[in-house]
Design a protein around this ligand. Structure first.
Ligand code: NAD
Length: 383
C-alpha cells in the first residue's frame, strides 16, 4: 500500500529506530522529513552517514514551538520518536523532552489546524515497571520494584505483595502499566496525552511500546543503548561480559528492522488507531543466554562472569507479549541470532570500538547504583 507523495515527519529521524523507519518509508514511496537536534552524545560526527540524502533534515529541538511549526508544514503524518533517554537523575528533562513535546505537537495540530492524518508515538516497555508475575495463591500480580535490602541479600526474585511467596515471571500484554522511573513515567504521560487528545480531536494516534531494540546504528555512545553494546565491546576487547544478579533475568529483544516495519504497519493500518501495542521479541531470553549469543556472534568462546553485583532499580523479568499487533498482521522476521549477528557485524565494521565498561561500572559504583550482594551464594553462579 505505498502512498506516493504523502509526506511524513519523523522526529528523532537521525537516530537508531528513526533512521531505519525513514529508510522503510522512502522505500515505500513516502517523502520524508526528519526533525532531530543531532544530540552530541548520540551523533558526535553530526548528520550520520547512514541517513539517506533523500531525507530532508531539520536540525532543531522538539521542545521548540517554532521548530514544530516549520516541521509540520505540508506533512500528512508524524512519527514522534525523539526522546531523552538516560540513567542520569535529571528527572525534569524526561518530562520536558518526552511528555511536553508530545503535548506541544497536539497543541499545534489543533490550534494551527495542521491537517495531520496520523500520529505514531514511540513509547517503551518501561511503562510496565517490574511487569507481571504469577503467584501460586493470588494469580496475576504486578509487584513494585524489589527492595534494595532484598537484593543486597542476593535474593533476586520478586515476592508476592500479598503473601510474600516467590513469584513466577509471566509475559505481559498491554493492559496494566506501572512505570517506576522518570523515563517510564514520561513515556506513559506522553502516551496518555497523545491517545486522549487524539481521540478528543479525531487525530488517529497509535502508541508503540518497544522492548529492547537491537541492530545496526544503535549508538556506541549512548549510555542507554545497553546490554548488547556493552557485551559486544567487552568481548571484542578480549574481556568477559559481566552479568548482573545471577544472569537468569529474562528480557525480550527485537530487531530494529522489525520495529521499523511495525511503525510503518501502524501508519498504514486504521485498525491500529487509538490503541497501544507491544513491539517485542518472540520469547524471554536470559541475560546469560544473551551474553553467550553475543560471544558466539563475535566468534569467541568466553564465559560470562557472574560476580553477584546488582543495579538498584533494575527489573527482574520483563517480557512483552506482542500478540495484539501480530493478530492485526505485523510479522517479526528476525531471530535472536540475526539480531545479535547483525549488530556485532555493524560494530566490528566501525572505525573505533571504544570499551568504557570498566569506567561506567566504576561510576555506577561511586553513585551507589551498582552494588555487590552480601550473600556468597549469589556469587560465581553459572546457569
Ligand atoms: N532503542 C530501544 O531499545 C528503545 C526501547 C524502547 C523505546 N525506545 C524509544 O524509541 C525512540 C527512538 O529511540 P532510539 O533507540 O532510536 O534512540 P536514538 O538516541 O538513537 O535516537 C533518538 C534521536 O532523537 C534525537 N533527539 C533527542 N532529543 C531530542 C530533542 N530534544 N529534539 C530533537 N531531537 C532529539 C537524537 O539526536 C537521536 O537522533 C525513543 O522515543 C525511545 O524512547 C527505544
Amino acid at each position: 500500500m505505498g502512498s506516493a507523495m504523502k509526506r511524513v515527519l519523523v522526529t528523532g529521524g537521525a537516530g537508531f529506530i528513526g533512521s531505519h523507519t525513514c529508510d522503510l518509508l522512502l522505500e515505500r514511496g513516502y517523502e520524508v522529513r526528519a526533525l532531530d537536534c543531532l544530540q552530541a552524545r548520540v551523533h558526535p560526527g553530526g548528520r550520520p552517514a547512514w541517513m539517506s540524502a533523500d531525507v530532508e533534515l531539520i536540525v532543531d529541538d522538539v521542545r521548540h514551538r517554532e521548530t514544530w511549526m516549520r516541521a509540520l508544514e505540508g506533512v500528512d503524518s508524524v512519527f514522534h520518536l525523539a526522546a531523552y533517554q538516560d540513567y542520569m537523575p535529571d528527572f525534569s528533562t524526561f518530562l520536558r523532552v518526552n511528555a511536553e513535546s508530545t503535548a506541544l505537537l497536539y497543541e499545534l495540530i489543533v490550534s494551527e489546524k495542521f491537517p495531520v492524518e496520523k500520529v505514531v508515538l514511540a513509547s517503551s516497555q518501561s511503562v510496565y515497571g517490574e511487569g507481571k508475575y504469577l503467584c501460586e495463591k493470588h494469580g496475576a500480580v504486578y509487584p513494585g520494584p524489589r527492595p534494595v535490602k532484598q537484593l543486597a541479600r542476593g535474593e533476586w526474585d520478586p515476592l508476592c505483595p500479598k503473601c510474600a511467596r516467590i513469584l513466577k515471571p509471566s509475559p505481559f500484554d498491554e493492559s496494566v502499566v506501572n512505570p517506576h522511573t522518570a523515563y517510564g513515567i514520561s513515556k506513559y504521560a506522553a502516551e496518555l496525552l497523545a491517545l486522549q487528545l487524539g481521540q478528543r480531536y479525531l487525530i488517529p494516534t497509535v502508541a508503540m511500546r518497544y522492548s529492547i531494540v537491537q541492530g545496526p546504528r544503535n549508538s556506541l555512545h549512548n549510555a542507554y543503548s545497553g546490554v548488547c553494546r556493552i557485551f559486544t565491546q567487552r568481548i571484542l576487547h578480549g574481556r568477559a561480559p559481566v552479568v548482573f544478579e545471577d544472569g537468569k533475568q529474562l528480557r525480550d529483544y527485537v530487531h530494529v528492522k522489525d520495529v521499523a516495519a511495525a511503525n510503518v504497519f501502524a501508519l498504514e493500518h486504521a485498525t491500529c488507531d487509538y490503541a497501544t501495542f507491544n513491539v517485542g521479541g518472540d520469547r524471554g531470553v536470559t541475560v546469560l543466554e544473551f551474553a553467550r549469543a553475543v560471544a558466539a556472534a563475535c566468534g569467541r568462546t568466553v564465559e560470562p562472569q557472574v560476580p553477584g553485583e546488582f543495579r538498584v532499580g533494575d527489573t527482574r523479568h520483563t517480557v512483552s507479549d506482542s500478540g495484539r499487533l501480530e493478530r492485526l498482521g505485523w510479522q517479526r522476521r528476525h531471530s535472536l541470532e540475526q539480531i545479535v549477528g547483525d549488530y556485532v557485524a555493524w560494530v566490528a565494521a566501525q572505525d573505533e570500538v571504544p570499551d568504557r565498561s570498566e569506567e561506567a561500572a566504576e561510576e555506577m559504583k561511586q553513585q551507589g547504583v551498582l552494588r555487590l550482594a552480601a550473600s556468597s551464594a549469589a556469587r560465581g553462579e553459572h546457569a
